[in-house]
Design a protein around this ligand. Structure first.
Ligand code: ARG
Length: 571
């Protein structure tokens, strides 16, 4: 695909010799108001070098570009050169690319030969998988898909919280008050109730705490009975998590969580000692991070057991040695900012020069409208329940709206779950947001159902156009003059910039850039569809318009795919 910005920079460089092509390329703008052209070049910076007023320079440049067939019009407005590209050439360039590449439109080979790890979801075993977990799970999944699309080798890791003193408590509670069938039937709810009961009982009988600590020590030493129970808790919990992952269509390459590093810890405690980084504080070992304006990091407790942060240090080094990553991305809530700053600093202090290739990608909090999201008060909203409710409500809407579908349940799943995921990926990830049912399932707003519906609408137009026309359109032999009106042209422009949006989303770890882009495409498509008749009698006109419908459908589908959302053919 021709890169218009580069082409323009080339031409401008030939006129203004005083700036580098790179500089010029960075200066070329896309005006917010399309009346100011498709591209604009500000001349302020040239005034000094050329010792002329910027409007004079702009006028000069505009004149020299007058005859260039790349443009239909070049104007000087104040200090700007406003360039209107020749639409037919632009449209051909963009449509050919989309139609040729199809499912691969937007894909690149930028990341070839580089491995990127994306760590996401990482819930704690035997704790509820609640609505708060949706963020890391869905944002991480999308970041993985984007990196994969950009040509990187990817590794998806679920760093399960499957270790720590709480397992001593849980085993203790299970032995005292537990029941096997209950655990099998409802693992997480049951294990959580043991954990809660433990705390209540330990208030009355503090010796329980010691008992739990002893059990955990045994577990750390690999004692058979304790390990077996722990393994069983882990397996049962994972079964429940997997059910939710299946609903979301989310997978992992590795479930190496905290426990995986339990036997890899001594090396790092030793390395920290050798680097003179450890200090003793009330029997515990800490790393003082005062120099970096951070509170100290607790590496081992007074009883010698290791902590969350120690396991993260071990995990990072393991990943480097095992996968030789180019980047190691952690999609984890912003509440853990300090934790990540601390351990990445420590890894750097240990002399690992790749420490800063570990990237924490934080995100804000999600809350529910009625304030029900409060784990502390025990009012937990399970993610699975939210997803089921989304599917149920969508099924009702589908029936009520007489939505076109061959399989109501399939469509309800695609749309209901897609809607929840889409909302998750709509806002800048760092923002806190309030989960709202009305917003999520609104078919008209800037929502998942709206974009999916637009995709289905495009699919329906193609079905009506018939295979032959679609085939002709997809081969790209079309009369472009039918697509030069504003609403068609604005849609083409958005298709043209889709690959840039994907690349930017990758650079910024920000899937919402893709989300917003496909909302824009969907809106532009619907404007075009409203302004123009697609299925007209004239074969030439119909084929050209069908080509644009096909291209828009392709981009929407690829974009939804990057968000982990399905694109229904009917809806
Ligand atoms: N299990 C942790 C939690 O639920 C999140 C783990 C984040 N990943 C990491 N490498 N520390 O809070």
């Amino acid at each position: 695909m021709i890169n218009y910005k580069e082409q323009i920079a080339d031409r401008l460089a030939a006129i203004v010799a005083d700036l580098s092509i790179e500089d010029i390329k960075n200066m070329v703008e896309v005006p917010a108001d399309n009346k100011m052209g498709d591209y604009a070049f500000p001349c302020f910076r040239l005034a000094k070098v050329l010792r002329k007023a910027p409007p004079m320079i702009a006028k000069d440049i505009a004149q020299k570009l007058q005859e260039d067939p790349m443009f239909s019009k070049v104007e000087q407005v104040n200090a700007y050169v406003n360039m209107f590209v020749a639409r037919e050439g632009f449209i051909k360039n963009a449509l050919d690319e989309v139609l040729e590449k199809g499912d691969d439109f937007g894909r690149s080979s930028k990341g070839e030969g580089k491995t990127v790890i994306v760590e996401y979801s990482s819930p704690n075993i035997a704790k509820p998988f609640h609505i708060g977990h949706i963020r890391s799970t869905v944002i991480g999944n999308s970041i993985y898909k984007i990196y994969d699309f950009l040509g990187y080798d990817t590794v998806r890791i679920n760093h399960l919280g499957d270790y720590g003193t709480q397992f001593g408590k849980m085993i203790c509670a299970y032995r005292r008050w537990g029941n096997k069938e209950d655990v099998v039937k409802e693992p997480i709810k049951t294990l959580l109730s043991y954990y809660t009961k433990f705390h209540v009982e330990a208030e009355k009988d503090p010796s329980l705490d010691q008992e739990a600590r002893d059990i955990f020590t045994k577990l750390e030493k690999g004692a058979a009975e304790e390990t077996e129970l722990w393994q069983w808790f882990r397996d049962e919990s994972l079964k429940e998590f997997t059910r939710v992952y299946d609903m979301l269509g989310i997978e992992f390459d590795s479930y190496a969580g905290e426990s995986f590093y339990s036997d890899k810890m001594p090396r790092f405690v030793q390395e920290l000692k050798d680097a003179n980084l450890l200090e003793e504080s009330q029997g515990a070992q800490i790393v003082n991070l005062e120099k970096y304006d951070m509170s100290p990091a607790l590496i081992t407790k007074s009883d010698g057991s290791t902590l969350y942060i120690t396991r993260d240090i071990a995990a990072a080094v393991y990943r480097k040695e095992h996968y030789d990553f180019y980047k190691n991305i952690y999609v984890v809530a912003s509440q853990q900012n300090l934790h990540f700053q601390q351990w990445i600093q420590i890894v750097e202090l240990l002399g690992y020069e790749w420490a800063r290739d570990c990237v924490h990608v934080p995100f804000g909090l999600v809350s529910l409208e009625d304030g029900t999201m409060s784990t502390r008060e025990g009012r937990v909203v399970f993610l699975e329940d939210v997803l089921n409710r989304a599917v149920d409500q969508t099924r009702d809407i589908i029936k009520e709206k007489n939505v076109n579908t061959d399989n109501i349940d399939e469509t309800a799943k695609m749309v209901g779950i897609g809607a929840v995921m889409f909302q998750e990926l709509s806002n800048n990830r760092i923002k806190d947001y309030v989960f709202s049912w009305d917003k999520v399932l609104n078919f008209e707003g800037e929502t998942g159902p709206y974009v999916q519906y637009t995709h289905a609408r495009a699919a329906s137009v193609l079905r009506k156009a018939g295979e032959e026309t679609v085939k002709k359109a997809s081969e790209g032999a079309i009369d472009l003059s039918y697509l030069t009106k504003d609403s068609a042209y604005e849609l083409v422009k958005l298709l043209y910039t889709f690959p840039d949006a994907v690349a930017e989303a990758g650079d910024k770890y920000e899937p919402s850039i893709v989300t917003r882009h496909i909302v824009n495409i969907a809106q532009a498509f619907n404007r075009f569809y409203h302004d123009e008749h697609v299925l007209v009698d004239d074969e030439g006109e119909k084929t050209a318009k069908v080509a644009l419908v096909l291209a828009a459908k392709t981009a929407i589908k690829n974009g939804l795919g990057l968000l982990g959302i399905k694109a229904p053919e009917k809806m």
